[in-house]
Design a protein around this ligand. Structure first.
Ligand SMILES: [Fe+2]
Length: 265
């Protein structure tokens, strides 16, 4: 059950409203990485969760995100309010000014409607926790950019609070994932194919116009990694040489020991 308490989780003060900045703030209200998306994602994951301990965490954090929505909505409203009466302010976003009367709506900063497509809910707890860690990282960087584009001390102060809580949640989700005790690359139940799982395909080859080179790092070298050089090009060259050497005689699939897949029209 939800219960609303008539106070904000964090006090919001705005010195001088900035309608253009208010529009940017909508990204955290009705945008892809915003507070409503976070609140819905975690709460609905919680409804699906059969692990009572992690379910409690998902519901705690999902509910806190609703309180964040209230803070960022209040903040955005304070910045957008002048649009209702001032023609100059209305120029910042005619949609909000004319259709919305200078109020917040479930839109992002470009006026696109909020959508449930933003939510990542798979019904697999460890997979969902990974999505949540990534969601918190995105929300953190969006708040950081908003802080960098803001001059108002009161607004910055509230944004600093919200940004900090994203890291707090990221820590909680990370600890919850680790506490499951699963191997880092163990997802679901079916095991990946041995050998193939350790092959790194070098699919971007050659030297680029800007002097780009084939890079090596822990993502393709060391441990069990095996670099496979441009498999598509290799196979293409192989097919080409087969055609050339075969001349008029086209070997049957059995002769080459390869199964040929018929191309559909
Ligand atoms: Fe949040």
């Amino acid at each position: 059950m939800y219960h609303h308490i008539k106070k904000l989780m964090y006090t919001v003060n705005v010195g001088s409203p900035d309608p253009r900045f208010g529009n940017m703030l909508l990204e955290q209200f009705g945008g892809a990485n915003g507070e409503l998306a976070a609140a819905m994602q975690y709460s609905i994951q919680g409804l699906n969760c059969e692990d009572p301990d992690r379910k409690d965490m998902l519901m705690d954090i999902g509910t806190e995100e609703l309180s964040h929505l209230e803070i960022v909505g209040t903040l955005a409203r304070m910045h957008l309010k002048p649009m209702k009466k001032s023609r100059d302010a209305a120029e910042a976003d005619p949609l909000i000014a004319i259709a919305g009367g200078g109020g917040v709506g479930l839109f992002n900063s470009m006026g696109d409607a909020w959508t449930a497509d933003y939510l990542k809910i798979t019904g697999e707890l460890d997979v969902d926790l990974r999505s949540n860690i990534a969601a918190e990282a995105r929300a953190k960087i969006v708040y950081e950019r908003l802080i960098n584009f803001c001059d108002d001390p009161g607004t910055k102060d509230a944004l600093q609070f919200l940004m900090t809580r994203e890291i707090t949640h990221m820590k909680a989700f990370t600890a919850a994932l680790e506490s499951l005790g699963k191997d880092q690359f163990s997802i679901g139940k079916i095991r990946p194919t041995p050998g193939l799982v350790d092959e790194y395909f070098n699919d971007s080859t050659g030297a680029g116009d800007q002097g780009e080179i084939d890079s090596r790092g822990p993502w393709n070298t060391g441990g069990k990694w095996k670099i496979v050089e441009s498999p598509e090009l290799e196979q293409g060259a192989e097919r080409q040489s087969e055609k050339t050497t075969a001349g008029n005689h086209k070997p049957a699939a059995e002769e080459t020991g390869k199964t040929r897949v018929k191309k559909s029209a």
